[in-house]
Design a protein around this ligand. Structure first.
Ligand code: SF4
Ligand code: SF4
Length: 365
């Protein structure tokens, strides 16, 4: 079996407005034949709204076009959702109901109580349950609108990560991260500079009696502390990243199984940065802007996204100072940079029956 994906490439063939990526996106949405999927149905758009000084999330220009297209196709209602923290500051990055054309709501409600729990039997390592967003489960159609970029923990962030880490409770996110391993602090290396504490986005660290205390209840294993530490005094056990990918894939699979034949995936291959949008900052793009992929198969779209990134030049100048990486043509760029094979989660999703890695690209003219 092969899945067809639509592909709007960013570079225009000529300097004509109808060749720009905005115009191609309009044509891509037409070709998606949204009407047959969304007419008279309630549609949720899951996207990552980012945080802090990050501005490399999906541009509101494209969000507005998508919402407009869904409404034109007869959707009964449309809303956008993401983690509460990022919804609360979404206006800073240009996302408002007025601009986007639909409400923007926290993924598990205002007080994190809107979720459903599904047991994992037998448990996978310590993952004994999956807690999924009730607002998403209550919708009829899922649009997974993802910005593709690197990710220190997952290897890369795309359609799967947008759901597995973004359509769940905070507790579930921690449970997923915990499958990778724990944080270790080296007392002897630490100078007590407090950079880790001050840069933890979730206030999961303090110094008490001269010792670093980590509140694993709050920690989301984002690695900000580890990477900002000038002494490499904080480490994460990276040996279990495939277990983490497995846990993410199981979570994604559980969610999308609720939407048989009512899933739409759009991957934005632009502003492809080293780290995730949750970093609270934007760094230069690692590669040229590539374009937009869309389809109805999460496995195919993730595979194609990674393949397309492999085919474009890499801007070494985009890396932070002293960033260690090992050039190796036999490995994907993200594996060279983060030490983790980004295809792992795609392969596991295929094994779980969520789609196929075989795809064809239908280019939007
Ligand atoms: S950033 Fe590193 S050196 Fe500074 S307090 Fe934290 S662990 Fe210690
Ligand atoms: S990994 Fe992230 S959330 Fe956890 S302590 Fe470090 S900075 Fe805080």
């Amino acid at each position: 079996m092969t899945s067809e994906l639509l592909f709007a490439s960013y570079p225009p063939r000529s300097m004509s407005p109808d060749q720009c990526i905005g115009a191609k996106f309009d044509r891509l949405l037409e070709k998606l034949e949204l009407k047959k999927t969304v007419e008279d149905r309630n549609v949720v758009i899951k996207m990552h709204l980012g945080g802090g000084n990050g501005f490399s999330t999906i541009h509101p220009f494209f969000v507005r076009k998508l919402v407009k297209a869904l409404k034109s196709a007869g959707a009964a209602s449309v809303f956008i959702t993401d983690m509460k923290r990022d919804v609360d500051t979404a206006i800073d990055r240009g996302y408002t109901e007025e601009v986007c054309g639909c409400p923007i709501v926290p993924v598990c409600g205002e007080d994190e109580s809107a979720f459903e729990t599904f047991p994992v039997e037998p448990p996978f390592k310590t993952m004994d349950r999956i807690e999924l967003s009730k607002p998403i489960l209550d919708a009829d159609v899922l649009v997974d609108f993802s910005h593709v970029k690197g990710h220190g923990v997952c290897g890369f962030g795309g359609a799967s990560k947008n759901l597995s880490m973004g359509a769940v409770t905070n507790a579930m996110r921690q449970l997923l991260h915990a499958q990778e391993g724990g944080l270790e602090w080296d007392d002897a290396q630490c100078t007590r500079c407090n950079k880790c504490v001050n840069n933890c986005p979730d206030k999961a660290m303090i110094f008490k009696d001269g010792k670093l205390k980590i509140f694993f209840h709050n920690c989301k294993y984002c690695r900000h502390c580890m990477l900002i530490c000038p002494r490499q005094a904080i480490r994460i056990d990276r040996g279990h990243y495939v277990d983490f990918q497995q846990a993410m894939a199981m979570t994604t699979a559980k969610l999308i199984s609720h939407f048989p034949d009512r899933q739409i995936y759009i991957n934005m291959l632009m502003d492809i940065t080293l780290f995730c949008d949750c970093w609270g900052m934007t760094t230069p793009a690692l590669v040229p802007d590539i374009g937009i992929l869309a389809g109805r198969d999460i496995v195919a779209i993730e595979e194609a996204s990674l393949d397309l990134i492999s085919k474009v030049p890499f801007y070494k100048e985009a890396l932070p100072p002293k960033w260690q990486y090992t050039p190796d043509d036999s490995k994907h760029l993200f594996e060279q940079l983060h030490g983790k094979n980004p295809y792992a989660v795609v392969r596991i999703l295929e094994e779980l029956g969520m789609g196929t890695r075989e795809y064809t690209l239908r280019e939007i003219n």
